[in-house]
Design a protein around this ligand. Structure first.
Ligand code: BEZ
Length: 211
């Protein structure tokens, strides 16, 4: 059965470019982005891994570790890393799981046989420090992901975990937020003493706290 939001991310031990990874232990108290790519030595994947390496400081600012996966063997991952550095200008700086036995791909339902029966699709899982799955995304092999969107979701999750807020369409950090409907106006007055813009009783916009 496929994994759903709120499920505990399954634990596993698997080989990686940084040695064996015991997933829950490796994640520790961090948020995690676990993502699969279809195949080493392919063009779209090369651009994605270069971009994730470039963005690593942004993930670190958000107490987030990144880890990639494909069903290729470790030797291929290591050989490909040189191409990523050469063509993308950033060296691979996070672990890539070598899931040749499909242990993790099967656990996370990353192979969609009607799309391709041997390669992983472009899956993304955001896992929180309690090991709960907070986002799942599935992209086709032909479409590279936009990792700024993954960062945006992380920002939204981390903000809304600590305030009784949600974030509206196309929200960007610093933009107005939404007071969740479960909060009464009386409680909102205590939480957001600077007030809010009430478009409808259920649509109350408020400045992002601390901005
Ligand atoms: C790519 O990364 O370029 C790619 C991988 C598998 C299928 C199609 C494209």
């Amino acid at each position: 059965m496929s994994l759903r939001l709120g499920d505990i991310a399954p634990d596993f031990t698997q080989e990686s470019t940084e040695g064996p990874i015991h997933f829950h232990e490796w994640a520790g108290d961090s948020w995690v982005i676990l993502f699969s790519h279809p195949k080493d030595f392919t063009p779209v994947c090369t651009t994605e891994l270069g971009e994730v390496s470039r963005l690593k400081p942004e993930f670190e600012k958000r107490n987030t570790k990144v880890i990639g996966l494909s069903v290729d063997p470790l030797e291929d991952h290591k050989a490909w890393a040189g191409d990523i550095q050469e063509t993308q200008g950033s060296a691979l700086n996070f672990p890539l799981l070598a899931d040749a036995d499909r242990k993790v791909s099967d656990l996370y339902d990353m192979i969609h046989p009607n799309a391709n029966d041997t390669l992983t699709v472009r899956s993304v899982f955001i896992v929180d420090p309690n090991k709960k799955i907070r986002l799942t995304l599935t992209y086709p092999a032909s479409t590279g992901r936009h990792f700024d969107e993954i960062l945006r979701v992380l920002d939204s999750l981390q903000l809304t975990d600590s305030h009784k807020l949600a974030t509206p369409v196309n929200w960007q950090p610093g933009g107005d937020c939404i007071i969740v409907p479960a909060v009464s106006n009386e409680e909102a007055a205590k939480l957001f003493p600077e007030g809010w813009d009430e478009k409808k009783p259920y649509l109350r916009l408020v400045k992002q706290p601390g901005k």
